[in-house]
Ligand binder design. Structure first.
Ligand SMILES: [Fe+2]
Length: 320
């Protein structure tokens, strides 16, 4: 397993999505016969949004070394993998893929041979770009009725490696497949489906500009600006037109030494500061605030992880 390559979703309000992608994410948008494709980098497709009557479940495309690897993994999973057609593969910007369901009934795809476009990434507004490459598109967090079987499936069958986990204030299991701290998380958040997709910007100022655009456009911010305790990402969460959220983040830590990495339980809560959530119960809000107060009282801090860029690399007008 190499990376989260893309996500595919049927969306009911393509017009709202266009505005969301252009204004809030500042990403590139390409019209297709079925909807739109979102570009975050040199790859042809990172989000494939298809026009539909109703919003559909989000399908993750996980990249493997090749067709053989995909078929071997599907066989190991003991599932009948549905081969993707050439047109469907082209829409996802890959040579091919197979599809099947995880134990929670969530569809996933194993893909290979991503192709790059001849054109460099151009955002809908001046944008420093997204942190992808070997780290993949970002991360996806799913809520399931029962996390256990899916957890074992992703870990033991598909080879996702545990990063860390939380049991308080809710159960959440984080997994990595490359140096990104997590590309997948599974939890029980009271519904079945994608909770959020995280995309990481290279330049800190683009995080702020996305935040501004979300506020100005009246997009529901379901988690205020804050910093996570496990991946150290500074981010906010905004609800998309399809009800699931996008986390726009910056400065994630990497797991570079796999042998030295210790899987631990996150006892200090999900966030060092911020991330005031609109979508949790009042009781949970109080609990999460208590955890943040504790983190502050204990003087907990996380190092900054500059994503491989110095001031000289920032493709913009430097502020004096
Ligand atoms: Fe996240």
């Amino acid at each position: 397993m190499q990376e989260l390559a893309y996500v595919v979703a049927d969306v009911a309000d393509l017009g709202a999505w266009r505005t969301f992608v252009e204004r809030v994410l500042g990403a590139g948008l390409v019209d297709t016969p079925d909807g739109v494709t979102v570009r975050l980098d040199e790859r042809a497709a990172r989000l494939v949004l298809r026009r539909a009557e109703l919003d559909g479940p989000v399908v993750a495309g996980w990249e493997v070394a090749g067709e053989r690897a995909a078929r071997d993994l599907a066989a190991r999973a003991g599932v009948a993998a549905i081969p993707g057609g050439p047109q469907e593969a082209a829409a996802r910007g890959v040579d091919g893929f197979v599809a099947f369901d995880d134990p929670a009934g969530q569809r996933l795809e194993l893909c290979w041979g991503p192709f790059e476009t001849a054109e460099p990434f151009v955002g809908a507004r001046p944008h420093g770009g997204f942190r992808t490459g070997e780290l993949g598109l970002g991360h996806a967090v799913w809520s399931l009725d029962e996390a256990g079987p899916a957890r074992r499936f992703y870990q033991d069958v598909l080879g996702f490696r545990p990063s860390d986990y939380a049991t308080v204030p809710g159960e959440l299991y984080f997994f990595h497949v490359n140096p990104r701290h997590h590309s997948l998380a599974l939890g029980q958040l009271g519904f079945v489906g994608l909770h959020h997709l995280m995309v990481e910007v290279l330049d800190f100022d683009d995080l702020g500009r996305s935040y501004d655009a979300a506020i100005e456009g009246g997009w529901p911010i379901i988690s205020s600006l804050g910093r996570h305790t496990n991946d150290h990402v500074t981010s906010f969460y905004v609800r998309t037109p399809s009800n699931w959220a996008v986390e726009v983040g910056w400065g994630g830590r990497l797991i570079l030494d796999e042998a030295a990495w210790e899987v631990r339980e996150l006892t200090e809560g999900p966030s060092l500061w911020g991330h005031e959530r609109t979508w949790v119960s009042d009781e949970m809000k109080v609990r999460q605030r208590e955890l943040r107060h504790q983190a502050a009282a204990q003087n907990l801090r996380a190092p900054l992880h500059l994503p491989g860029r110095t001031a000289a690399d920032v493709d913009g007008v430097p502020l004096r």
